[in-house]
Design a protein around this ligand. Structure first.
Ligand code: DHK
Length: 149
């Protein structure tokens, strides 16, 4: 089984109650369960982690090297600020799919910039919780291609 890390950053623990008009009414445990179920159908073992702390997210990215084949990452607001997260992703050379529940490009200008995008395989934004499942599909296709499948 391919191991995939689903990593969520600051404030995403509040999903479901946090600005539901923007982020939807699905909770983080719901999202994680959806990922586990969908991942299983793709032959993936999903591990999930959420942290409000930049250093914890960086440590998790470092630890994923050698233990996981790829990462689905919603870095929350760190997306728009964190050179350190960008450097961590570049350092581990794992495929990372960047996810946002909301369409960050249709929101405030400061959300248009992503430090993750230049080091990510790609970005999925604006599809709510479904975006996480699309990210798993993208990783599955990418990793399958890598193995020549
Ligand atoms: C989540 C956040 O917490 C915001 O800071 C980002 C992202 C957008 C999302 O849409 O999932 O700007």
């Amino acid at each position: 089984m391919t191991s995939i890390l689903v990593l969520n950053g600051p404030n995403l623990n509040l999903l479901g109650t946090r600005q539901p008009d923007v982020y939807g009414s699905v909770t983080l445990p719901d999202v994680e369960e959806m990922c586990e179920t969908h991942g299983k159908s793709l032959g993936m073992k999903i591990s999930c982690l959420q942290s409000n702390h930049e250093g914890v997210l960086i440590d998790a990215i470092h630890a994923a090297k050698g233990s996981h084949a790829g990462i689905v990452l919603n870095a929350g607001a760190f997306t728009h600020t964190s050179v350190a997260l960008m450097d961590a992703i570049a350092s581990v050379e794992l495929p990372v799919v960047e996810v946002h529940l909301s369409n960050i490009h249709a929101r405030e200008a400061f959300r248009h910039k992503s430090f993750i995008a230049p080091v990510a395989l790609g970005q999925i934004a604006g599809f709510g919780a479904t975006g996480y499942l699309l990210a798993l599909d993208a990783l599955s296709a990418h990793l399958g291609r890598g193995r020549g499948a």
